[in-house]
Design a protein around this ligand. Structure first.
Ligand SMILES: *[C@@H]1O[C@H](CO)[C@@H](O)[C@H](O)[C@H]1NC(C)=O
Ligand SMILES: *[C@@H]1O[C@H](CO)[C@@H](O)[C@H](O)[C@H]1NC(C)=O
Length: 133
């Protein structure tokens, strides 16, 4: 599992890929989102100069910037037809991250946030218990 890339399904069934790779300072700022299944690899969205995404994703995906660094790619219309296993890849200024997720194990984005805050609350509880000993 990678902390630098995460995949989830939005309420409207769009696929969301967050890429939190830190850019190399010396390089031109750029991003590239792609995925592969078996031996088939496809670029979904990129602004690396000279690179091109597959035409079928061009009006189905968009990319926005995340703070303090990173990019979020949203893809419409492919969530229901994902292959069993998909490897998601992202690259920021030449640094890359990869994650393989089975279709049935993709979580709703709202649940991902819930899980994080749940771990946070549990951490606080443990801290309180230790303070009272
Ligand atoms: C890619 O997009 C980002 C964010 O919009 C921008 O800062 C960067 O300069 C772009 N890179 C290229 C190579 O166009
Ligand atoms: C899916 O990917 C996992 C991890 O790479 C692998 O262990 C598993 O065999 C794959 N399943 C299928 C059906 O390809």
């Amino acid at each position: 599992k990678s902390d630098f890339i995460s995949v989830c399904i939005e309420d409207d069934r769009d696929l969301r890929v967050d890429c939190l790779v830190e850019p190399k300072l010396s390089r031109i700022n750029s991003y590239e989102f792609s995925w592969s299944s078996g031996s088939k690899e496809a670029v979904i969205n990129t602004n690396v100069s000279g690179a091109a995404s597959e035409p079928q994703f061009r009006d189905k995906s968009y990319v926005e910037e995340l703070e303090p660094h990173g990019y979020r790619m949203t893809l419409t219309g492919y969530t229901e037809t994902l292959p069993h296993n998909t490897t998601y890849m992202c690259k920021i200024s030449g640094n890359s991250a990869t994650i393989t997720i089975e279709r049935d194990l993709l979580l709703p984005c709202s649940a991902v946030i819930l899980k994080t805050s749940c771990i946070w609350v549990m951490g606080l509880l443990i801290l309180f218990q230790q303070m009272h000993h």
